[in-house]
Design a protein around this ligand. Structure first.
Ligand code: HEC
Ligand code: HEC
Ligand code: HEC
Ligand code: HEC
Ligand code: HEC
Length: 243
């Protein structure tokens, strides 16, 4: 294949395209394989560049622009607090007597410890001075928040169906920081509902918690039909999850 007098740098071009050997030697611009292929190659190159950049814009830039990021009002360390509380998650996330779920914790769950300063972090100082001592509840951003038309009951899932928090929230209870909250600027939906990566936004999803659209609720209800979960195709079925 190679001629004896080939210099090492020509070897690549040789093996790429023998027919172009003479031309590329004339130009002596090693690496310009595509150009030496003629205008067809050039058109193809521009097509690829255009194609790839539109993919990048459509799949990465545009979805990023669609979401606005908000910092949580204060940071919170789940791991550290779990070492300190007596009743694990339920110390802060519990069911009221009427069966409703407490959700994000209020100051009442913090005050017994933070009445006195516990550590020496700025986060804690900020929390105590700007919220606790002023009696102002922390306006947490709720990652899993559904639109107002949706009715969701933690009791049905956690108490009746015995599901773990991880099934729908992932490892949130095991984190050291609260990540930024991302909100879709058109719909106002939290990023967690439509999924955080392109694959999740489409159909590929490995875990329940990666996305929580209507179809995701329904898919599990369909699968769990025997256990008493309703499905949306049944008569009046819409009003199981909508109000
Ligand atoms: C000392 C109180 C405390 C304890 C104990 C605690 N959490 Fe939290 N949790 C919080 C605070 C504060 C937030 C912030 C609220 C927010 O932004 O959602 C939070 C948020 C969450 C959220 C996010 C909800 C959302 O969609 O925004 C999940 C899920 C959660 N906790 C699960 C757990 C689990 C699971 C455990 C037990 C392993 C646990 N937590 C223990 C205080 C606590
Ligand atoms: C069981 C006692 C206890 C409870 C209940 C508790 N904390 Fe704490 N918290 C601590 C201790 C102790 C520290 C100091 C930890 C350290 O500095 O290592 C701390 C640290 C913090 C910090 C600063 C550290 C950081 O960056 O996360 C914040 C903010 C905080 N707590 C918020 C809260 C909020 C909000 C609640 C109520 C939802 C709460 N805590 C409930 C004991 C508690
Ligand atoms: C079947 C799925 C599912 C399971 C299991 C589940 N959650 Fe949720 N959680 C949700 C959904 C959906 C929302 C949003 C509800 C809404 O916006 O009406 C939510 C909201 C929350 C919130 C924020 C509530 C608020 O608005 O103040 C917290 C905190 C939370 N969950 C903690 C937990 C904890 C702790 C567990 C385990 C004991 C748990 N969740 C189990 C699906 C689930
Ligand atoms: C991973 C499985 C799973 C997911 C995800 C899930 N559910 Fe459920 N859901 C169940 C099961 C199982 C029950 C039945 C509990 C029982 O009554 O024993 C149930 C019950 C309910 C109920 C009580 C009425 C009924 O049908 O029995 C409502 C309301 C509900 N789910 C709404 C939702 C909504 C809204 C979502 C999505 C935001 C959702 N669920 C996501 C499994 C799931
Ligand atoms: C298993 C629970 C469940 C059932 C049953 C259900 N939905 Fe939904 N629906 C949801 C959830 C969760 C959302 C919000 C997330 C989303 O947009 O996918 C939603 C969103 C919607 C929206 C968009 C509303 C908005 O503000 O964006 C419409 C419209 C809707 N549902 C119609 C229906 C109709 C019609 C039925 C009956 C055939 C039905 N749903 C049954 C859970 C359910």
């Amino acid at each position: 294949m190679s001629t004896p007098d080939d210099k090492p740098k020509d070897v690549f071009e040789d093996s790429a395209d023998n027919a172009d050997q003479a031309q590329s030697k004339d130009n002596d611009s090693s690496g310009d394989i595509v150009i030496s292929n003629g205008s067809n190659g050039l058109v193809f190159l521009f097509f690829i560049i255009g194609f790839v950049s539109s993919l990048i814009i459509g799949w990465i830039v545009f979805p990023t622009l669609l979401y606005s990021k908000k910092k949580q009002p204060i940071d919170f360390n789940h791991v550290r607090h779990l070492e300190l509380v007596d009743n694990e998650c339920e110390s802060c996330h519990f069911f009221h007597e009427d069966g409703s779920f407490s959700g994000a914790p209020g100051l009442a769950q913090c005050v017994q410890c933070h009445n006195e300063v516990q550590g020496d972090t700025d986060h804690e100082k900020d929390f105590i001075e700007n919220y606790l001592y002023k009696g102002r509840e922390v306006p947490w951003n709720i990652y899993s928040k559904q639109p107002d038309c949706v009715f969701f009951s933690h009791a049905a899932h956690v108490k009746m169906a015995q599901m773990t928090c991880e099934t729908c929230h992932g490892n949130m209870g095991n984190t050291k920081n609260l990540r930024d909250y991302e909100e879709n600027i058109i719909t106002g939906y939290s990023r967690d509902i439509w999924g955080r990566s392109i694959a999740n936004m489409l159909t590929l999803k490995k875990n329940t918690y990666e996305r929580m659209k209507m179809d995701d609720c329904a898919k599990c209800h369909e699968a769990e039909k025997g256990k008493g979960a309703s499905i949306q195709t049944e008569k009046e079925g819409c009003f199981v999850c909508h109000k």
